[in-house]
Design a protein around this ligand. Structure first.
Ligand code: COA
Length: 457
């Protein structure tokens, strides 16, 4: 540990003082009817805005009661499962089409899609020397931090950086959408080179490739990938592109945008949110949790042994001792997350192809057992089921993608949603977002230094 990260006894003492004076009596939250997590007790979010970009269905109303239902996801009113079926049947990639739909509100015609792809391709070029001067300097072990730093630095290369007219923000948005694959993959290449001495691979993007193909092309030293691999990655990008205005990182986009700040600052803030293990960072945790499970469970087909490991997870005795079973549960969905269901169909065929059916069996068993075990050990207001991260980590693992890139891949997809929401926030120019916090501290007089008692611990 370096001297900068050491926790000295002095810091420990200050941390204890902070904890003592910052802990709020949990009963006060009920007393003042605080909507913790901006949700009510049934898990329904507090209404803070209107959007036309995306709809998530997780319950229906029957006789004025909320009844949980199978999850559904609509992009601009179109069912995402229909979108995927549609472009898969036409043997096309879908992420660019979905980005167009999210940002502009309509499905593109053939010509509009071609023009949009050409525009993205034109913007898929970093400023001169950006790789050498920014990405190669002080590489970080966390690609999300690298990505956020690159985004903030792009501000300096944009002479219209603070201009928040719709035209300019749209230009910045498309540039960021085009550049995220480069920033993520090159950040990773710099990291493996400087941290592990691996050969430095910087492939310039190849014209004519989709976003999914570009990621695989730039990442792999031999630039090769199969169509099946690119198609599955494309589906993962489509499923991660957007999830309503209330998810943590998109709400961050709204909050930060509402202050009138620039695009680079708003997107860097959203990246910080997405990195969190309760949000986009969960897919790495899922993989790590399964690696731990595979070494600690002798018989992967033994329900009792798997159940006991899952209980240990909840009781903070296994894996990272956080008390969480990663990849399970969602703030909104209860019975099912449609994104997990779609991914699961492809996971099965991919695991067959890669000879990983035994692992797939373990995933299926955890998916089946975990909801019952969580319901037994936690106070539930609604059901839990596998979320999108449960299978996405496994997909990326089978595609041979490095774990460090799992969350950046989420960001490469979600930047489309963030940009659509930033534009929607600006177009409907509302008030600065500013909810209420009730102060529960008592007023007290200021004491002069001489009057204060020395702390005894
Ligand atoms: C996503 C998540 C933060 C939603 O939490 P939430 O909004 O509190 O969800 P619920 O209201 O359904 O949870 C009810 C209770 O079950 C707990 N719970 C839900 N999912 C859980 C999980 N996977 N592991 C352990 N406990 C879980 C919650 O912490 C809560 O208990 P608490 O009131 O004591 O805090 C939560 O499910 C989670 O941490 N999951 C694991 C991380 C993950 O996969 N995130 C990716 C989301 S796409």
């Amino acid at each position: 540990m370096s001297k900068y990260s050491e926790i000295t006894p002095e810091l420990l003492e200050l941390a204890n003082l902070c904890k003592r004076n910052s802990a709020i009596d949990p009963e006060l939250y009920a007393k003042y009817d605080v909507k913790r997590g901006l949700r009510d007790i049934s898990g329904k979010g507090v209404l803070t805005g209107l959007t036309e970009i995306c709809e998530i269905l997780s319950y229906t109303i029957v006789d004025n009661d909320y009844v949980p239902c199978e999850g559904k996801l609509y992009y601009r009113g179109v069912d995402v499962e229909e979108i995927i079926d549609g472009f898969m049947k036409e043997d096309r990639f879908g992420f660019e089409e979905v980005t167009y739909l999210l940002m502009f509100g309509e499905l593109p015609s053939k010509k509009q899609l071609e023009d949009f792809n050409a525009l993205i391709e034109r913007y898929r070029e970093l400023p001169p020397s950006f790789v050498r001067d920014i990405i190669m300097k002080a590489p970080s072990k966390d690609m999300m931090n690298t990505l956020a730093r690159s985004v903030l630095t792009l501000y300096s290369y944009d002479d219209q950086a603070d201009n928040i007219t719709i035209e300019n923000v749209m230009r910045q948005s498309m540039q960021l959408i085009a550049l995220f694959p480069l920033l993520s993959v090159y950040g990773y290449q710099a990291y493996t080179h400087y941290y592990f001495g691996n050969s430095l691979v910087i492939h310039p993007p190849k014209p004519g490739l989709s976003t999914a193909e570009s990621i695989l092309y730039m990442l792999r030293p031999d630039m090769k990938y199969s169509q099946l691999e690119a198609k599955i990655l494309d589906i993962a990008l489509v499923l991660h592109a957007e999830h309503g205005g209330g998810n943590n990182s998109t709400f961050t986009t709204h909050v930060v945008t509402s202050s009138g700040t620039d695009t680079y600052s708003a997107i860097a803030a959203s990246l910080g949110s997405l990195k969190g293990p309760k949000h986009g960072g969960a897919n790495i945790k899922v993989m790590q949790m399964f690696e731990d499970m595979k070494t600690n469970i002798k018989d992967w087909t033994d329900e009792e042994e798997v159940s006991s490991y899952l209980s240990d997870l909840l009781n903070k005795k296994a894996f990272d001792k956080s008390g969480l079973i990663y990849g399970m549960g969602h703030a909104v969905y209860s019975i099912s997350d449609p994104r997990a269901n779609v991914l699961k169909q492809y996971v099965k065929s991919l695991s067959e192809e890669k000879g990983l059916l035994k692992e797939f069996g373990l995933y299926e068993m955890v998916e089946r057992l975990a909801p019952e075990i969580i319901a037994k050990e936690r106070k539930m207001y609604k059901g839990v089921s596998a979320n999108v991260d449960f299978y996405s980590g496994f997909v990326y693992h089978m595609l041979g993608l490095p774990a460090e890139l799992y969350t950046p891949i989420f960001a490469i997809a979600r930047i489309s949603g963030w940009c659509a929401h930033r534009l929607e926030e600006l177009i409907n120019a509302g008030k600065i977002i500013r909810p209420a916090y009730k102060c529960v501290a008592k007023h007290r007089p200021y004491q002069t230094l001489n009057d204060r008692e020395e702390s005894t611990n």
